[in-house]
Design a protein around this ligand. Structure first.
Ligand code: ADP
Length: 367
């Protein structure tokens, strides 16, 4: 089911006297194509959960409209929207078994939707099989691992075959290994069911790996929407560039003079299309540094960290905004650690320029 958000805004009244209202979601417009998994990504407080609550019907927007397919649902109560919701804390009923938890939403159906016991059992079993929890039907939630509890919560959200599935930080309470496993599970289940899904997370790696498209938010405002690789390769502004990527992108204070880009005194590349600027923020992805004896960027070597497949070269540069510069290079490419200095040339596709004040992208340096 296609989902359309049209100029969606949610304002909360300020709790402090005299302080302005909180604009949790600000003029958010987006069309989620049928069957896609969308990752809503941004730091805490950027408006992700509010957006999800507006979609679920738990909250009403101050302005704007929401459509599921061609139906406007803006004022439709949550229980009539046909959404499946999964939260971070699973929210299972502790005194009910796995089966009773999963079947619970079906027992509330009334009128023409009312199901027989057999029909309920059939649907609950199918949902349990989908999340691979069918062997634990008689257990109570406390007798399950965190990952298994989250599977039960997903089965419960899916049992009514919702029109859309909404997941609010569903992996946050799991340990690292289970996170990865459950993340893959969610993707498999979503692909198998084809349900349009919105997945909220503050974890960029999680969003990048699971989503068809990511929406990066900051202070209630959408910063960029695109396929994960596209957003990583072509960040719209400095916030997106720094939010995505691990290790994070390296920032330098630079300048443009007569078609050349400088970081401190090092003339690092030609930028013929750019006018002169006294201050420009130069952002370089860690994989954009290429060790080269005649490389223009001259850094002071601090240490080399072996990571197996890759090597992390930690150094400093007078133009660096961060405390260290971190370059990631392939392990077989050697860096002479006997020298105090290391020279890099830069891969132009991994270098982005931004206005230091507004954070706006000035241009790609790619030639
Ligand atoms: P996120 O999910 O990205 O952490 P939220 O959507 O929960 O962000 O919150 C967005 C902003 O709205 C935050 O500044 C938060 O403090 C504020 N906010 C959220 N819920 C309420 C509420 N019920 N009343 C007042 N302010 C709220």
């Amino acid at each position: 089911m296609k989902v359309t958000l049209q100029n969606l805004t949610k304002t909360y009244p300020s709790r402090t006297k005299g302080a302005p209202d909180v604009v949790a979601v600000n003029d958010f417009s987006f069309e989620i194509p049928d069957g896609e998994l969308i990752g809503l990504l941004g730091p805490s407080g950027c408006g992700k959960s509010t957006t999800l609550h507006l979609l679920s019907g738990l909250q009403k927007p101050t302005d704007g409209k929401i459509f599921f397919g061609d139906d406007e649902v803006t004022n439709l109560p949550a229980e009539h929207r046909g959404v499946g919701l999964v939260f971070q804390n699973y929210a299972l009923y502790p005194h009910l078994t796995v089966y009773q938890n999963i079947v619970f939403p079906l027992q509330n159906l009334r009128g023409k939707d009312k199901l027989t016991k057999e029909q309920m059992k059939e649907k609950a079993t199918a949902a349990a099989k989908l999340v691979q929890i069918e062997d634990y039907m008689d257990r109570k939630p406390a007798e399950l691992s965190g990952g298994q509890q989250q599977r039960v919560a997903i089965a419960r959200a899916l049992v009514k075959m919702p029109r859309i599935l909404l997941l609010d930080e569903p992996l946050s309470n799991l340990d690292a290994r289970l996170r990865l496993q459950t993340r893959e599970e969610i993707r498999r289940i979503q692909k198998e069911t084809g349900i349009t899904t919105v997945f909220v997370t503050h974890d960029q790696e999680e969003a990048m790996s699971i989503s068809d498209r990511i929406v990066v938010m900051k202070d209630g405002v959408v910063q960029q929407i695109g396929k994960p690789q596209q957003v990583y390769d072509q960040p719209a502004n400095l916030f997106v560039a720094t939010f995505l990527g691990n290790p994070p992108i390296n920032l330098f204070s630079g300048s443009v003079k007569a078609g050349k880009l400088y970081i401190d005194k090092d003339c690092i590349m030609d930028v013929p299309a750019l006018p002169d600027r006294t201050f420009v923020t130069v952002a370089v992805r860690p994989e954009g540094f290429v060790p080269a004896a005649d490389g223009a960027l001259c850094c002071k070597l601090q240490r080399v960290e072996i990571m197996g497949r890759d090597v992390s070269v930690v150094c400093s540069h007078p133009g660096s905004i961060n405390s260290v510069v971190r370059a990631i290079i392939r392990a077989e490419k050697s860096v002479n650690t006997a020298n105090a200095e290391v020279h890099f040339s830069l891969d132009a596709r991994k270098v982005f320029l931004f206005d230091p004040d507004s954070g706006a992208r000035l241009d790609t340096v790619a030639q």
